[in-house]
Design a binder for this molecule. Structure first.
Ligand code: UDP
Length: 326
C-alpha cells in the first residue's frame, strides 16, 4: 500500500512509518515539523507542509495515488488545551476538515484517525468500552470527539471509510531503540519520570494526590507505541476487507497510578527518582482505563508489550541513549 502519514515526524507517527516500512508499505509523511522531527522519519518521503494549506494538500494528493491516509497531526496537551482552546480547535478540528475535503476531492476514501480516550471525560465505569457515550471534560477531548462526529457525517454523505482509534496513554519507544518520545516541552509522565532519573530534572511532580483512587493519584492505561502502530495497520486492512467504519479503544485494560509508574521506573532504571507532590492539573480525569476487547475481536489485535516494565524499559533505552548523545 501507499500511505500518506500526516504527522509522521511526531512520536506515534514516526513509529508508524517504521512499522509500515517493515510490513512492506510505502509512505509519504506530511508534517509541519512544529512538534515533529525530520530525523525521526526513517523511511519514505518527507514533505514539510501545513495541514490547513489546502492547495499544498491538493498537490500532494495529485502527485500520487494513496490507498489510505493516517492522521496523527494534532496538539495533544490537556492543560494547554484549557488555556489555549482556539489553537486546539484550529489545529485538531478545522485542519482536519481541510484534510477531509482534500481527500474527498482526490477520491481517497480511507482514513485512520488518532482519536483519544479523552473523548470519554470522567467515565463512570472502571474499564470504559466504546458503548460509553463520549462526554469530554477538556478542550482537547472535545476537539477529538467533534472530529469523530465530522468523520461520521462525511462517511454517511460522501462515503468516507474511517477508523477512529481512541488511544489511552501512548507510551514506550521502538523496541530496537531507533525512535522514541521527543516532545518539546515534554509534559507526559513517563519521559518526565525518566528525565528525573537521569538528573535532567530535579524531581517529578505528582499532579494531584487527593484523587478518589487507591493511592490518591490518577490511574491511566499505558499502551506501547509499537502496539498502537500494529493496530493502525490492522485497521486499514479491515477498512479494505469489510468497508464499514470503526471506532475502537486501544489500551491494555490495566490502570497504573502515577506513584506505581514512578515505582516501576525506579526498578527499571535503578535510580532514585525524587518526587514533589503538587496540586491537580485542570482537566485530568481520575481514572481512564480501556476495555479494548472490541479491537481484539474486530482486528485480531493483541498487544505484544502489555507489561508496564517493558514499556518503561524501552522508553528508558531511548532516553538514556539520547542522554549519551546530547
Ligand atoms: N502527570 C504527573 N506529573 C507530570 C505529568 C503527568 O503526575 O509531570 C500525571 C497526569 O496528571 C496524569 C498522568 O500523569 O494523571 C498521565 O499524564 P500524561 O500527561 O502523561 O497523559 P494524559 O493522561 O494527560 O494523556
Amino acid at each position: 500500500m501507499n500511505i500518506l502519514v500526516i504527522g509522521g515526524a511526531g512520536y506515534i507517527g514516526s513509529h508508524m512509518v517504521k512499522f509500515l516500512h517493515r510490513a512492506g508499505h510505502d509512505t509519504v509523511t506530511y508534517d509541519n515539523l512544529s512538534n515533529g522531527h525530520a530525523d525521526a522519519v526513517l523511511h519514505g518521503t518527507l514533505i514539510e507542509g501545513e495541514l490547513n494549506d489546502r492547495s499544498h494538500l491538493d498537490e500532494v494528493f495529485a502527485s500520487r495515488r494513496f490507498d489510505a491516509v493516517m492522521h496523527f497531526a494534532s496538539l495533544i496537551e490537556v492543560g494547554e488545551s484549557m488555556r489555549e482552546p482556539a489553537r486546539y480547535y484550529a489545529n485538531n478540528l478545522a485542519a482536519t476538515l481541510t484534510l477531509l475535503e482534500a481527500m474527498r476531492n482526490a477520491g481517497c476514501d480511507n482514513l485512520v484517525f488518532s482519536s483519544s480516550a479523552a473523548v470519554y471525560g470522567k467515565p463512570p465505569t472502571a474499564a470504559v468500552s466504546e458503548d460509553q457515550p463520549p462526554s469530554p471534560i477538556n478542550s482537547y477531548g472535545r476537539t477529538k470527539w467533534m472530529a469523530e462526529q465530522m468523520m461520521s457525517d462525511f462517511a454517511a454523505a460522501y462515503g468516507l471509510r474511517y477508523a477512529a482509534l481512541r488511544y489511552f496513554n501512548a507510551a514506550g519507544a521502538d523496541p530496537e531503540g531507533e525512535l522514541g518520545e521527543r516532545h518539546e516541552p515534554e509534559t507526559h509522565l513517563i519521559p518526565l519520570v525518566l528525565a528525573a532519573a537521569l538528573g535532567r530534572r530535579t524531581n517529578i511532580s505528582i499532579l494531584g494526590t487527593d484523587y478518589p483512587t487507591p493511592d490518591g493519584t490518577c490511574l491511566r492505561d499505558y499502551i506501547h507505541v509499537w502496539d498502537l502502530a500494529r493496530a493502525h495497520l490492522l485497521a486499514v486492512e479491515r477498512l479494505f476487507s469489510h468497508g464499514e467504519c470503526l471506532t475502537l479503544n486501544l489500551g491494555n485494560g490495566d490502570g497504573f497510578s502515577v506513584r506505581q509508574v514512578i515505582d516501576v521506573a525506579r526498578r527499571v532504571t535503578g535510580r532514585e527518582i525524587p518526587v514533589a507532590e503538587c496540586p491537580r492539573r485542570p482537566g485530568d480525569p481520575p481514572v481512564l482505563v480501556a476495555d479494548a476487547s472490541l479491537a481484539g475481536k474486530l482486528l485480531g489485535w493483541m498487544p505484544e508489550y502489555p507489561a508496564l516494565e517493558d514499556i518503561i524499559t524501552h522508553a528508558w533505552r531511548w532516553e538514556s541513549s539520547r542522554a549519551t548523545i546530547n
